[in-house]
Design a protein around this ligand. Structure first.
Ligand code: NAP
Length: 364
C-alpha cells in the first residue's frame, strides 16, 4: 500500500489547500472560501530560518512601506478603517506609521496584506502558521507535511509561495549578513547603525530605487550602485531618486568585496568596474542587496515542472494549471514577468476558480 493510500476511517481530506500568504495566496483563499471549500492556508512560520532566508509569512508586501499602485487605495487617512477591519490583535503587526490618524498616506504593504488575510478569514479560511516542508504529488489525495510534522491530505493544492531576495554570492556578503548586509531596507533601515552614515544599495530596478529612497531618510548619503549606466526602474520611481540630493548613482560597477571587521560589521565596499576603470572603495555602514528575487520552490522536491529560470511552469497559457493535475499555481512563484501585487492577487483568484472546476469534474 502506498503512503498516500491511507485507511478510509483516518482520512480527513481537504478540498483546497493553499500554500503561501501573499496577495496570491489570500486571494485564492478568499475565492475558495466563498465557494464553500473552507480552504486550509499554510501561511508559513515566523522562524529564524525564514527570517534568514527572507521567507517570513505575508510575503514581499510585508517588507515594503507605502503601496501607491494597488487599485482601490488612493492616498487618504486610513487609520480608522484599518483598525476596525483588522481588530486589535492583527493591527499590532503593523508598523506604527500605518495606523497614524490625521495623516494622508497610501496603504502600507503590511496593512494591505493583513486586510487580505482578514478577508480570507472572515469567509472561513482556516489558517495554519506553519511552512509546508514536503509534498507528495505522485497520487491523489496529495500529501503535504507541515513544519510541525503534521500531515494534511488534499484533493487540490494552490501553490502561492512567492519569491525571495537574491544575493550576490560573495563570501563577504555571507560573513556580514545582518551585521550591515541586508536585503530588506524597510525591515532594517531604521537601525541605529545606519543613522547619519553612508549606505550602499546594489541594483537598478524598482526595489533598489525604492530602497535607496527609503534609506535616504536615515543615512547621511545613499550610493546606488548599478552594473549598467541606466536604471531598469520605472520612470516615476527613478525620477524621485534622481531628485533626492542624498542619493548618488554609481554606474557600471559591481561589489567585489564587502569590507568590514568582526567588531564593527560592514565598514565599506570595494567595487569592480565593468568598463575597465580601477576599483573603487566606498565607506558605508551597510550594503543592501536589491538585485531581484528567486522563486520559493525548494519544498516541492522537483515534483512540479519548472521553467528554465526555476519558476513553476504553467502548462496551459494564461491559466494556473501545473504539470500535476489538481495542483495550481498563483503569484510570483510562477511570474517571470510582472511580479506585481495586483497581478498576484488576480492569479490567486484564477487558481481558486480553476481548482473549483477541477473539483467539480474530478471523481476523487
Ligand atoms: P528587477 O527588476 O529584476 O531588477 C534587478 C536589478 O538588479 C536589475 O537592475 C539588474 O541589473 C540588477 N542585478 C541582477 N543581478 C545582479 C547581480 N548579480 N549583480 C548586480 N546587479 C544585478 O528586480 P526588482 O527591482 O526586485 O523588481 C522586481 C519586480 O517587482 C519588478 O517587476 C518591479 O517592477 C516590481 N517592483 C515594483 C515596485 C513598485 O511598483 N513600487 C517596487 C519594487 C519592485 P540589470 O538592470 O542589468 O538587469
Amino acid at each position: 500500500m502506498s503512503e498516500n493510500a491511507i485507511p478510509e476511517l483516518e482520512k480527513k481530506i481537504e478540498n483546497v489547500v493553499v500554500i503561501g500568504s501573499g496577495p496570491a495566496a489570500w486571494s485564492a483563499a478568499i475565492y475558495a472560501a466563498r465557494a464553500a471549500f473552507a480552504p486550509v492556508v499554510f501561511e508559513g512560520a515566523f522562524s529564524g530560518e525564514n527570517q534568514e532566508a527572507g521567507t517570513l509569512p505575508m510575503g514581499q508586501l510585508a517588507t515594503t512601506t507605502e503601496v501607491e499602485n494597488y487599485p482601490g487605495f488612493p492616498t487618504g487617512d486610513l487609520a480608522t478603517y484599518l483598525t476596525s477591519a483588522l481588530g486589535d490583535e492583527r493591527s499590532a503587526y503593523l508598523p506604527p506609521e500605518a495606523l497614524e490618524s490625521g495623516v494622508r498616506r497610501a496603504i502600507f504593504g503590511p496593512a494591505l496584506v493583513e486586510l487580505m488575510r482578514r478577508q480570507a478569514e472572515n469567509f472561513g479560511a482556516r489558517i495554519v502558521s506553519e511552512d509546508v516542508v514536503s509534498v507528495d504529488f505522485s497520487q491523489r489525495p496529495f500529501r503535504l507535511t507541515g513544519s510541525d510534522g503534521e500531515t494534511v491530505w488534499a484533493r487540490s493544492v494552490i501553490v502561492a509561495t512567492g519569491a525571495s531576495a537574491r544575493w550576490l554570492g560573495l563570501p563577504s556578503e555571507t560573513r556580514f549578513k545582518n551585521r550591515g548586509v541586508g536585503s530588506c531596507a524597510v525591515c532594517d533601515g531604521a537601525l541605529p547603525r545606519f543613522r547619519n552614515r553612508p549606505i550602499v544599495v546594489v541594483g537598478g530596478g524598482d526595489s533598489a530605487v525604492e530602497d535607496a529612497e527609503y534609506l535616504a531618510k536615515f543615512a547621511s548619503k545613499v550610493y546606488l550602485v548599478h552594473r549598467r549606466d541606466a536604471l531598469r526602474a520605472s520612470k516615476i520611481l527613478a525620477r524621485r531618486a534622481e531628485a533626492n540630493p542624498k542619493i548618488e548613482f554609481v554606474w557600471n560597477r559591481v561589489p567585489e568585496e564587502i569590507l568590514g571587521t568582526d567588531e564593527a560589521g560592514v565598514t565599506g565596499v570595494r567595487l569592480a568596474s565593468v568598463v575597465g576603470e580601477p576599483t573603487l572603495e566606498l565607506e558605508a555602514s551597510g550594503v543592501f542587496i536589491a538585485i531581484g528575487h528567486r522563486p520559493n520552490v525548494a519544498f516541492l522536491g522537483g515534483q512540479l515542472e519548472l521553467t528554465e529560470n526555476g519558476f513553476i511552469k504553467r502548462t496551459v497559457p494564461f491559466r494556473t494549471e501545473t504539470s500535476v493535475a489538481g495542483v495550481f499555481v498563483a503569484g510570483d512563484v510562477a511570474d517571470e514577468r510582472y511580479r506585481q501585487a495586483i497581478v498576484a492577487a488576480a492569479s490567486g483568484s484564477c487558481a481558486a476558480l480553476d481548482a473549483e472546476r477541477f473539483l467539480a469534474t474530478s471523481d476523487e
